[in-house]
Design a protein around this ligand. Structure first.
Ligand code: HEC
Length: 138
């Protein structure tokens, strides 16, 4: 009887360790450059859509062509997400890092402003990255 209890406890302990390790992995996204994949919920996509309209389209344009009303004054110009060569070479991790930490963090212009409030919202950041990628298919 005693032996069984010990085994059960050991199993429970192992499960706990595995759950904790999994949690660490998904916490890796959100712009730390690890490229860890996170699940994107419908709510994340809705919030990302709102954020894109409110913050990003001013510079990057409604359709991600880098031609928003704020783009005229910028040099270099905001990234055109429809640029195939750029879509091919940029990694998901770099896109997410640029969004959270700003252009300077990925060796691009600091005029690409950081969004530090999204650091603890990896699902929303991943949804924004998905949106940026989607403009490459237009
Ligand atoms: C104030 C204008 C401005 C705003 C607002 C802005 N960006 Fe940018 N963004 C830029 C500029 C300028 C660049 C190009 C920097 C360069 O070429 O060095 C850029 C580049 C990027 C890149 C390319 C990064 C890379 O590593 O190639 C991504 C992705 C991006 N922006 C996403 C976003 C998203 C998503 C938002 C909204 C959350 C956003 N940007 C808001 C100006 C802006």
């Amino acid at each position: 009887m005693k032996r069984t209890n010990v085994t059960a406890m050991a199993l429970a302990g192992a499960a706990l360790v595995m759950a904790t390790a999994g949690g660490c992995k998904s916490g890796g996204a959100g712009g730390d450059g690890t490229g860890a994949k996170v699940a994107i919920t419908a709510a994340d996509r809705a919030e990302a859509q709102q954020i894109f309209q409110a913050r990003c389209s001013v510079c990057h344009g409604q359709f991600g062509r880098g031609d928003g009303p704020g783009a005229a004054a910028l040099n270099p110009k905001p990234q055109n997400y429809g640029d195939e060569a750029w879509q091919k070479k940029v990694t998901d991790a770099e896109i997410e890092k640029a969004i959270v930490q700003g252009g300077a963090a990925v060796g691009r212009s600091a005029q690409m402003v950081p969004n530090p409030d999204l650091a603890d919202k990896p699902g929303v950041v991943a949804a924004l990255r998905e949106k940026v990628r989607s403009f490459g298919d237009l």
